[in-house]
Design a binder for this molecule. Structure first.
Ligand SMILES: Cc1cc2nc3c(=O)[nH]c(=O)nc-3n(C[C@H](O)[C@H](O)[C@H](O)COP(=O)(O)O)c2cc1C
Length: 185
């Protein structure tokens, strides 16, 4: 069985981020052969094509981390019915220079997490639209809209909600199969 290295990107920089907690849960339940590793996006200078002549070291490291991955798993909050700017910035950085996008062909999965009842549905689907443009085969289901996130964890940051555990378990099992079926050969 070949190990599949999956880059996890969390669209929140908040220390107590629920999205980061969910990402941790997914990493803990991922079946072999998946190996999930967080790729941080908080120190990436804002994208400008002017910087491309001498790209920041953090841009190059980020691009390299995505390029060598076998797939990308996103956990994103919703900010004003879309994805946070910090996540879009990271996506834009990975998409350039033109013709050298590191996202191309990487099988993607999306989990969206919100304290609101809709589970960041809007952000989830805005992200899907962006990933389609980047030619990332994006797993259609099970859809994972995790709402009311502040009620799902105990004080020790353990996920205590059984229905959410079951959904995330199904999600990551199906994502493993998605990577095998849609990965770069
Ligand atoms: C600028 C901003 C905009 C937000 N807009 C939305 C929104 O459109 N929909 C929603 O469900 N929650 C919204 N929220 C609340 C987030 O769901 C909540 O802050 C969540 O905990 C963020 O994810 P995190 O815990 O991973 O940081 C917003 C929060 C902020 C800070």
């Amino acid at each position: 069985m070949t190990t599949r290295h999956i880059a996890m990107i969390v669209g929140s920089l908040r220390k107590e981020s629920f999205n980061r907690k969910v990402a941790g849960v997914l990493a803990g339940m991922a079946p072999a052969p998946l190996k999930l590793s967080m790729v941080p996006i908080g120190d990436l200078p804002l994208f400008s094509e002017d910087l491309e002549a001498n790209p920041p070291a953090s841009w190059l490291a980020f691009r390299e981390a995505i390029a060598k991955s076998d797939g990308v798993l996103f956990c994103t909050p919703e900010y004003n019915r879309s994805i946070p700017g910090v996540l879009k910035n990271a996506i834009d950085i990975g998409s350039r220079p033109y013709g050298k996008s590191v996202w191309n062909g990487k099988p993607a999965g999306i989990v969206s997490v919100s304290i609101g009842p809709l589970g960041a549905f809007g952000a989830n689907h805005h992200l899907r639209q962006v990933l389609m443009y980047l030619n990332m085969p994006c797993m259609p289901g099970p859809e994972a809209y995790i709402g009311r996130a502040s009620t799902l964890f105990d004080a020790g940051a353990n996920l205590t909600d059984e229905a959410t555990k079951t959904l995330l378990g199904k999600f990551i099992e199906r994502y493993a199969a998605w990577v095998e079926a849609n990965g770069v050969k």
